[in-house]
Design a protein around this ligand. Structure first.
Ligand code: URA
Length: 207
């Protein structure tokens, strides 16, 4: 069971910009992608490498190359806001998609879209969603990705609520969870406090 909160000054500064209510859609999106990249730079330390022979202008030597497929799985739609920042660092990463919505009456999570990649069973899989609120979407997304055959799965969010971390750890104790910040609590409507509002609306400029 692991939960890591990133407290690097670059991440804290960018997240503070994102939290401000008057930050523009463009700045919000740019900071989100930058934070996602900074987080993955650290998280990806355990991606396996394999040794290869290469020829430099000076002659033969050995090098190391990433040995496994990397698959990013954004939970639609807000998770899309983290994909570009990760692909800037790992351009060969494929992108699977999971679309979920919550029935406002039953509060159950339902899947409306899911598309995997051909190599997910061997992949280093990064599920991304900016807000880990109740944990319902994250738990369902991990259930789906496990059904696809993924074995090495990490969950990356921007802001987590204690309730979401607890629920996710209970449902999937072996999954490593990473957040830029662990906030105080959820409000009665399931929003994270202090949070940053509705991440999807702020990424896409909707209302
Ligand atoms: N989803 C969001 O976009 N924001 C929250 O605070 C909680 C869930």
């Amino acid at each position: 069971m692991s939960f890591t909160e990133f407290k690097h000054p670059l991440i804290v500064d960018k997240l503070t910009r994102m939290r401000k209510a008057d930050t523009s859609t463009k700045d919000f999106r740019e900071n989100l992608n930058e934070i996602a990249g900074l987080m993955v730079y650290e998280i990806a330390r355990d991606i396996p490498l394999s040794e290869i022979k290469i020829t430099t202008p000076m002659g033969e030597t050995k090098g190391f190359t990433i040995d496994v497929p990397v698959v990013i799985v954004p939970i639609l739609r807000a998770g899309l806001g983290m994909v570009n920042g990760i692909q800037e660092l790992i351009p060969t990463a494929r992108v699977a998609h999971i679309g979920l919505y919550r029935d406002e009456e039953t509060l159950q999570t339902h899947q409306y879209f899911a598309k995997t990649t051909k190599d997910i069973a061997e992949a280093y899989t990064l599920i991304v969603d900016p807000m880990l609120a109740t944990g319902g979407s994250a738990i369902t997304a991990i259930d789906i990705v496990k059904k696809w055959g993924a074995k090495k799965i990490k969950f990356i969010c921007l802001v987590a609520a204690p309730e979401g971390v607890k629920n996710l750890q209970k449902a999937h104790p072996e999954i490593e969870i990473y957040a830029a910040a662990l906030d105080e609590k959820l409000d009665s409507k399931g929003y994270i406090v202090p949070g940053l509002g509705d991440a999807g609306d702020r990424i896409f400029g909707t209302k």
